[in-house]
Each structure stands twice: as C-alpha cells, then as structure tokens.
Design a protein around this ligand. Structure first.
Ligand SMILES: [Fe+2]
Length: 231
C-alpha cells in the first residue's frame, strides 16, 4: 500500500518537527501496512528556488534514511500552484523520484480559466503528470465539468484518507473511485496528534466497501504510475 502524500521529513516544512517525530510517524505507517510513502514537503516558489528546496529536502531525508523498519521513502513535493507555473523551467525536478508525477496544490477557491489552462498545459506538454492534491477539498466548489476536463487531459487526483473514513463524505468518495476518478490515496500527515499517519484506515475502509481485489488493483495502478515514466 502506498501513501502518496505525507509531510514526514523532519524540519523541512510545517510537518514533522524532529527526527524523533518522523521516526514514530514512519513506525505508525509501517504498522498500518504502508510499504511505500511519498515524502511531499511544501514547495512555495515565492519563498525559495527549486535547488534550495531540493538541498533542504535531501538533508532532511539523510536524517531518516538510516532508520530500520520503515516504508520505502520516495522523494517528492507538494507544489503550490501560482500563475506562470506552466512556464517554470525547473518544474520537472519536483516530480516524485524517477517518475513524471507531480503533486500540485491548487487554490482554495474557484479556479480561474487561466489556472485550469495552465494545469492542462502542463499535462499536455507530456513531461509532467499533475496530481491534484487532496482534490476533495476544492473540487466540489468548482464549476460543473472541471473534473472531467482535467481527467480527460491526463491530470490525476489524490484524496486524503478522511474523504473515505468520514461517513458524511464517503458516498462521494466511493462514487469517484468506482468511476476511476481517484488515483492516489494519501494521509497528508503532519504530526503524531491531529494529523497523524492514517492511510491504513483509508485502505481498510476501501477494502471493506469495495473488496480486496479492488484495493489490490488500485495499489498496483498507483505503484505502476510511480515507478514508470522515468526521466
Ligand atoms: Fe500536504
């Protein structure tokens, strides 16, 4: 099982604050059966260059790389959308390790036509596959047809575990899953308290409602996406 969205690297963003906290978060993932986690620290283009970010991320990874009994860690980023992102030369460096997948955080408001066009442009350029982070947070305030337009152009969707585990929203989540509109599950964990690793709970709910075969196919799809499309 894959956790595609996690702030588990120590001291690199508003996620884990220390090696000790990261260690415990990784142990929790391991106990839940998560075999691979994508570390996705926030990247804000206004704050730093891509290379500075990558150096900070590498240093944070070094601090946990030696830990035993942890899921495999792939290095990625949660890239905040900004106007002009589709023309950013270094964007490919922010893809999940060795893949074309890039986790993209969109604005928490109606997406402008310009923003939508940029996301579609990135997908159509072919070098990067945008994966919209926790799409359930803002998809339902968008105009009708936005999801279909993105999906038809090769954009993928990630949801947080709570979208499945909270009963009020579960029906929407299951409907999207059945229509192949959700491609990755993540915990978006930041700490050990109110935003702890919980992807295992999401997968358990998925198995309970849609069956073991569905979960296996979902995980295989995600793993193939992560491990294909090498640079
Ligand atoms: Fe996040």
């Amino acid at each position: 099982m894959l956790d595609f969205h996690a702030h588990i690297l120590p001291g690199v963003d508003d996620g884990s604050k220390s090696v000790d906290e990261s260690t415990k978060m990784l142990e929790q993932m391991q106990a839940q059966g998560i075999k691979c986690v994508v570390a996705t620290p926030h990247f804000y283009a206004n704050d730093e260059s891509v290379d500075t970010f990558l150096a900070r991320r590498a240093a944070a990874y070094e601090a946990v790389a030696h830990l035993p009994n942890r899921p495999k860690i792939l290095l990625g980023a949660e890239v905040r959308y900004y106007e002009g992102i589709s023309r950013m030369p270094d964007l490919k460096k922010l893809c999940v390790q060795d893949s074309r997948l890039m986790l993209l955080e969109m604005p928490f408001r109606h997406w402008t036509e310009y923003a939508l066009k940029e996301v579609v442009d990135i997908a159509c350029q072919g070098r990067i596959i945008p994966v919209i982070a926790h799409v359930e947070r803002y998809l339902f305030i968008q105009k009708k047809g936005v999801a279909e337009r993105l999906l038809q152009n090769g954009v993928l969707f990630q949801v947080n575990s709570e979208f499945l585990t909270e009963w009020k929203r579960r029906r929407k989540a299951l409907r999207m899953l059945k229509h192949e509109q959700i491609h990755f599950l993540g915990s978006d964990c930041h700490n050990l308290s109110d935003r702890s690793p919980n992807a295992g709970e999401g997968y358990a709910l998925l198995e309970k409602r849609l069956g073991r075969d569905f979960v296996e196919a979902f995980c295989e799809y995600g793993w193939n996406k992560v491990s294909s499309g090498r640079k």
